[in-house]
Design a protein around this ligand. Structure first.
Ligand SMILES: Cc1cc2nc3c(=O)[nH]c(=O)nc-3n(C[C@H](O)[C@H](O)[C@H](O)COP(=O)(O)OP(=O)(O)OC[C@H]3O[C@@H](n4cnc5c(N)ncnc54)[C@H](O)[C@@H]3O)c2cc1C
Length: 497
């Protein structure tokens, strides 16, 4: 493990039995898991290179229980790590030895569907796909569709501001969440946003979405649901190399076309996916684009023509348009299964996540290939090309000494490259622990302190998900948070507004 985590607090470890007893009084029955052998399934999330059994797992079923657990932990100075389905690829839900792992898996109910207002109110443990399944009978769906949608929860999606294939046209989680109920670390229950389109006051909902479990625990989510478009068609376009495919993506967007989704796979990813799902991807191309358009049939026909024209101009060697719904789904099946497919050709892989301006795709893909040669590690690219959101999968073998470190160094270089070309460290997987130590590549010390002040406003004792996102945890007092003791204001001479 090359990423250091905060040293566990010995006082908390010493009072483990008392903590379990107190939390059992709040969440009785099987709501507290503390037997060491029962903690193993919880010791990791999707970033499986990192493992750490939690102090204990607590599985509340009601907001009142979440509030009481947090209030008790706050009073006792016990840290808490929120967890949904544990599919985070950035280690956001990685447990800490001295922290309670607060699992929201029992919050599984769809509370309300309002087709007139086009919203659904759901508990945070409802999976992303289950929201669509709950409304599809009436011709609706929930647009953000991470590839992990069968497993990941909407609470995790809110925390990570997750994206997916269709976010190019329909926006990320933040554009599709209208309101949340969150419980603050001191147990206070707060509602932000609602069914209305714009929040009143400061956009605190915007702050909470993407806050990676550092500001509060989400206990209810109100999402926008959309009517299914009349038509959706997908086009498979093969190119001799990834650079030409990247240039095609940049030109499609530059010409003002916003497809419903525009994904790219390079040669290693195409071969892995085809071997896994056998959907008929061309194997003699260097890169494949899957472009989906949706809307009225006439609009789709027109856009497909335009996309084919741009693809030809960029050297496309094969173009196939889906002729029916089964074929469209088949085109996507390989893309959606690409991560597990790559898992079959390598003992381990690291899935990186950085975002770049689309016009830099060809240069970045070329440089990534050079880095692959320099590090002697293969890389497979499967990504949201339309958003410029890269997901290089670095293939390695954890059983070969030093190979994980090499893969991490390669990954760090890719993310530095993303920042250097004007992009950002993460598109949708979050910072977590994975990119924590790279934050200074993108933010100055002053930027990071300013972000820490936001954290302090929500969680001044830094008890919620510590060790994640911020490379240095400043005590809030160091950041100038004012502490009023017995009503005596510090610096009474300063004017206050
Ligand atoms: C095969 C695979 C494919 C993936 N594809 C995509 C993709 O296409 N797009 C994408 O964006 N991501 C993708 N991911 C990453 C992952 O699925 C998302 O980040 C997802 O949103 C995590 O949800 P989760 O329920 O598993 O959350 P967890 O992994 O349990 O937690 C993630 C973070 O959210 C916090 N959290 C969880 N629940 C709550 C809550 N109720 N309140 C407050 N904080 C909370 C945790 O503390 C942690 O920081 C993929 C992962 C895998 C394994």
């Amino acid at each position: 493990m090359s990423i250091a985590m905060p040293v566990p607090d010995s006082e908390t470890l010493a009072k483990r039995a008392r903590i379990a007893q107190a939390l059992r009084a709040i969440v009785p029955g099987e709501g507290v898991i503390d037997a060491p052998e029962a903690l193993t399934p919880w010791e990791s999330d999707g970033l499986t290179a990192y493992r750490q059994p939690p102090l204990m797992v607590v599985l509340p079923e009601t907001t009142a229980q979440v509030s009481a657990v947090l209030k008790w932990c706050h009073a006792e100075g016990v840290k808490v790590v929120p967890r949904g389905a544990g599919t985070s690829l950035s280690g956001g839900a990685l447990p800490l030895a001295d922290a309670v792992l607060l699992g929201l898996g029992k919050f599984k109910r769809v509370l309300e569907i309002d087709y007139e207002d086009r919203v659904a109110v759901v508990q945070p443990g409802v999976t992303n796909l289950a929201i669509t399944q709950a409304v599809e009978g009436r011709g609706f769906y929930y647009a953000p569709d991470p590839s992990s949608q069968i497993a990941c929860t909407i609470g995790g999606n809110v925390a990570e501001n997750s994206g997916g294939v269709h976010c190019l046209k329909y926006g990320l989680t933040t554009n599709n969440v209208l309101g949340v109920e969150i419980v603050m670390m001191d147990g206070e229950i707060v509602r932000l946003g609602g069914r209305h389109l714009d929040p009143c006051g400061l956009d605190l909902l915007g702050v909470v979405v993407g806050s990676e479990g550092l500001l509060g625990v989400v206990t209810e989510v109100t999402v926008r649901i959309l009517p299914r478009p009349e038509t959706a068609r997908a086009v498979l376009v093969g190119f001799p190399d990834a650079e030409q495919a990247g240039a095609c993506v940049a030109q499609v967007i530059a010409e003002g076309i916003i497809p419903a989704g525009m994904e790219m796979m390079d040669r290693p990813a195409i071969h892995a996916a085809e071997a896994f799902v056998e959907v008929g991807y061309p194997l003699d191309v260097g890169a494949l684009l899957i472009v989906e358009v949706d809307g009225p049939a006439a609009e789709c026909d027109f856009l497909i023509g335009e996309i084919a024209r741009i693809a030809d101009a960029n050297g496309a060697v094969t173009t196939r348009v889906s002729q029916n719904e089964a074929e469209r789904m088949a085109f996507w099946a390989g893309r959606k299964a690409a991560f597990p497919a790559v898992g079959r050709i390598s003992p381990d892989y690291l899935c990186m996540d950085g975002t770049i301006p689309r016009r830099r795709l060809p240069d970045v893909l070329r440089r990534m290939e050079e880095l692959s040669q320099e590090y002697g590690l293969r890389v497979a690219n499967v990504f949201h090309a339309g958003d410029g959101n890269l997901h290089p999968l670095i293939l390695y073998d954890a059983n070969v000494p030093g190979e994980l470190d090499k893969a991490e160094a390669f990954g760090a270089d890719i993310l530095r490259l993303c920042v250097a070309v004007g992009g950002v460290l993460t598109g949708e997987h979050g910072v977590g622990i994975e990119k924590r130590d790279l934050m200074p590549e993108m933010f100055s010390d002053a930027d990071l302190k300013q972000q820490s002040r936001v954290k302090c406003a929500f969680d001044p004792e830094l008890l919620l998900n510590p060790g994640k996102v911020f490379p240095v945890l400043h005590r809030c007092a160091e950041l100038g948070r004012m502490h009023v003791h017995h009503g005596a204001l510090p610096h009474p001479d300063l004017p206050r507004f």
